[in-house]
Design a protein around this ligand. Structure first.
Ligand code: URA
Length: 470
């Protein structure tokens, strides 16, 4: 089966020699391109195209590309350069076309966090209000969990759909999810693999080009980005998250795509559950109207941003109210079950959670002293899950879908000595080390602590709403 062999509408031949108005232009060699960025100079679009062309034709070795990446991280890329890089990434592969589907298509993307199961919840929530959700998702790498992996914990659920099946399913139930094809922005795929091993991921322009190019190539009408900040996210502070959000919107704008952004805190894990099947069960609770407050808040805000960005609704608060109704009247859960059944899965776990993969042991993590939970280090919780087998180091690694951590307390809550902080769902691997790590993830203070605001900023149609307005 060809998975996602979409008809390319924007595939452009990558040129070796740049020809303008009939005359051959001098093209820079790799060393000149690296040197220019090392000196902090600004690339022309033609130079960026040339670099990406070399990447696609295997004409630049990894050591030279790594040198350019490091120069770009250290000296930056301005908006024009980032736009040119994004455009070149888009042009390096296929672009999906949903214009033959009736309705407004929506794609929500998160820059990745711990316990972030918002995509799983938002697909049925948005489909339940009549938007079409065309979702291509990735697998988890490093400390972030992938939506596709989470769905694979549902017995029978198929995560690789052909384009025909994908579109047929959208026509039938208004939503589908499939693993992302490598043919979207393949130049980004090549660069990202290198960034991952050369300490060059942390760069606002490189992240913006990477994320926006894939979203443009994926072709949805409405793009909503959830940009996370905090120690459990790529962006470690709010200022960086705001800068990334602005760059993504601006680049999208220049390439003809409206992108709405929301900035959310990833200081503690989102919700209580971290781990694949554990997160699926938490999504069910959310869709039954009894999910964790922070998860529900974020899903309602992201969903409302998507709805208003679609132009079918005008007021964020009204959109949120409608979505909340869908959680409480069972319509969102009904859609979730329809999604599972349409993709070959068995939805009986909604009533019988034991049908999902379950770890052999449930081990309590106990508070050593009383007080108030002042912080829960999301990264430590994620590392504990990885130790238990839930995370990958390389793309080829097998993962354990049953293990994870379920927090019992969140930041700001009171805790007595000997009370439960979290439950470890473990099989046999690195249990003691994971237990110690979860214990260390919790900070307890004597005085009450207020958790930081979950949603910091929403930018929608050029309008900025800060956390107070939200
Ligand atoms: N996610 C991406 O897709 N690209 C990045 O560069 C970082 C996060």
């Amino acid at each position: 089966m060809t998975v996602f062999s979409f008809i390319s509408i924007m595939t452009a031949p990558v040129v070796d020699i740049l020809i303008y108005a009939g005359s051959a232009h001098y093209t820079m060699n790799s060393i000149e391109i690296i040197e220019k960025k090392r000196q902090g100079l600004i690339h022309t679009s033609a130079e960026i195209d040339e670099l990406v062309s070399k990447v696609m034709h295997n004409q630049i070795p990894d050591y030279q590309l790594s040198a350019w990446l490091m120069a770009a991280v250290l000296n930056g890329l301005n908006l024009e350069e980032t736009t040119a890089l994004t455009h070149a990434f888009v042009q390096s592969g296929e672009c999906l076309d949903w214009s033959d589907l009736e309705g407004i298509s929506v794609d929500k993307h998160s820059t990745g966090g711990v316990g972030d199961k918002t995509t799983l919840a938002l697909i049925p929530m948005l489909a339940s209000v009549g938007l079409i959700v065309t979702k291509l998702s990735g697998r988890g790498l490093g400390f972030t969990g992938g939506t596709i992996d989470k769905l694979e914990s549902i017995p029978g659920f198929k995560t690789e759909l052909s384009v025909e099946t994908f579109k047929a399913q959208i026509r039938q139930i208004g939503m589908a999810i499939s693993s992302q094809t490598p043919s979207l922005a393949p130049a980004d795929g090549k660069l990202y693999a290198l960034r991952d091993v050369t300490a060059t991921v942390d760069s606002i322009p490189l992240i913006a080009a990477s994320v926006v190019s894939k979203k443009i190539a994926a072709g949805a009408d409405v793009i909503v980005l959830d940009i996370k900040y905090g120690q459990g996210a790529f962006m470690k502070d709010l200022a960086m998250a705001k800068a990334l959000a602005m760059m993504c919107r601006e680049v999208g704008n220049r390439l003809g795509k409206n992108i709405s952004t929301l900035i959310s805190a990833m200081v503690e894990p989102l919700g209580y559950a971290v781990g694949h099947s554990l997160e699926v069960l938490e999504v069910v609770r959310l869709l039954q109207g009894t999910g964790p407050k922070d998860l529900e808040t974020l899903c309602l805000k992201l969903g409302a941003v998507a709805m208003v960005s679609s132009g079918k609704w005008t007021v964020l608060e009204e959109a949120e109210i409608l979505l909340k109704q869908q959680l409480h009247n069972g319509k969102a859960l009904e859609k979730f079950r329809a999604l599972i059944v349409a993709q070959g899965g068995c939805d009986a776990f909604v009533e019988t959670p034991g049908l999902l993969p379950a770890a052999k042991q449930g081990l309590p993590v106990i508070a050593q002293h009383g007080g108030y939970v002042s912080a829960i280090d999301a990264l430590r919780v994620a590392r504990a899950c990885k130790l238990l087998g839930a995370g990958r180091t390389t793309k080829e690694d097998e993962i354990d879908l049953s293990v994870g951590v379920v927090l019992q307390k969140k930041t700001g809550e009171a805790i007595a000595k000997g009370e439960l902080l979290a439950m470890l769902h473990a099989n046999t691997q690195y249990v003691d080390e994971a237990m110690a790590m979860v214990q260390e993830a919790f900070s307890i203070s004597e005085k009450p602590v207020l958790p930081c605001p979950l949603v910091e900023e929403v930018v929608l149609s050029g309008k900025t709403l800060n956390s107070i307005a939200l």
